[in-house]
Design a protein around this ligand. Structure first.
Ligand SMILES: Nc1ncnc2c1ncn2[C@@H]1O[C@H](COP(=O)(O)OP(=O)(O)O)[C@@H](O)[C@H]1O
Ligand SMILES: [Mg+2]
Length: 251
């Protein structure tokens, strides 16, 4: 088992109730997990805890053979080997595509860095766009730069927070397929959070449904209770137009 999170709980300092209650999840290497839940259910908080941007109240977290968190351990975010793609991509607007991707790379020779940038830009099919600035790219292209930047240092784990929420419906289906292909090709282990069940079903090997900071169900997309299926048992997805608004669908 590659990731082992046990009983992670957390409360924001200004709150008397736990935002996350006994979150437990194990993940295999190369697996893509989706955390699916309504707005406010605690999805971003879980990613922040995994990334080390918040300190859990209790629980433990092991990544590969590294103990990242327990009663005696707290590995700083930059030492965790975790890459993150934020909802708004958080690209540096004053830096070219190449410089955005270069930014996250660890110490190595300039040549090796440029080689790695070339590799990941090919992976996300953005070769030829090296000199562009973020404002000269479409939403989907910006998303792929953010992904290239997260993948470039070869992190142990990639976290994605609602990576599709800024995309048009037309782009969405294509990007979702691209993202799964890119992550699988890079043999990346990934956890992405979404309020959109179509995203979760299309991308994830396994889905974790959460409600009010608590795990509600875990299963393969085809196994989950409440998944809309047709008579043949195939998952019947909702029309994208119904889901393109930011309103959460029922989970
Ligand atoms: N910085 C914060 N301080 C206090 N409460 C917060 C903070 N961030 C989020 N929360 C609360 O924690 C809960 C979970 O939030 P969040 O993880 O952002 O949900 P999601 O990402 O699923 O929409 C919500 O009730 C939210 O209001
Ligand atoms: Mg969120």
């Amino acid at each position: 088992m590659f990731i082992d999170i046990q009983n992670m709980s957390f409360a924001y300092s200004n709150s008397s109730t736990n935002a996350i209650e006994n979150f437990t999840l194990t993940v295999n290497k190369g697996e893509i997990i989706s955390i699916l839940g309504r707005s406010g259910s605690g999805k971003s908080t879980i990613l922040r805890l995994i990334a080390g941007l918040e300190m859990p109240k209790g629980g433990s977290f092991t990544l590969g053979d590294k103990k990242v968190f327990d009663d005696y351990t707290f590995v700083q975010p930059e030492k965790r080997g975790i890459g993150m793609v934020f909802q708004d991509y958080a690209l540096f607007p004053h830096m070219s595509v190449t410089d955005n991707v270069l930014f996250g790379l660890p110490k190595m020779s300039r040549n090796d860095k440029l080689k790695r940038v070339k590799e990941v830009l090919e992976l996300v099919e953005l070769d030829g766009y090296e000199k562009r600035y973020p404002h000269q790219l479409s939403g989907g292209q910006q998303q792929r730069v953010a992904l290239a930047r997260a993948i470039a240092p070869q992190p142990e784990l990639i976290l994605l927070d609602e990576p599709f929420s800024n995309l048009d419906t037309d782009l969405l289906v294509k990007i979702r397929e691209d993202l799964r292909r890119i992550l699988k090709k890079a043999n990346a282990t990934a956890i992405f959070v979404t309020h959109n069940q179509n995203d979760a079903h299309a991308l994830a090997d396994r889905i974790v449904k959460i409600k009010d900071g608590l795990i509600d169900q875990v299963g393969r997309p085809c196994d989950l209770l409440g998944s809309p299926t047709d008579e043949q048992g195939n998952i019947r997805l909702l029309p994208e137009e119904e889901l393109s608004s930011k309103e959460p669908v029922s989970v």
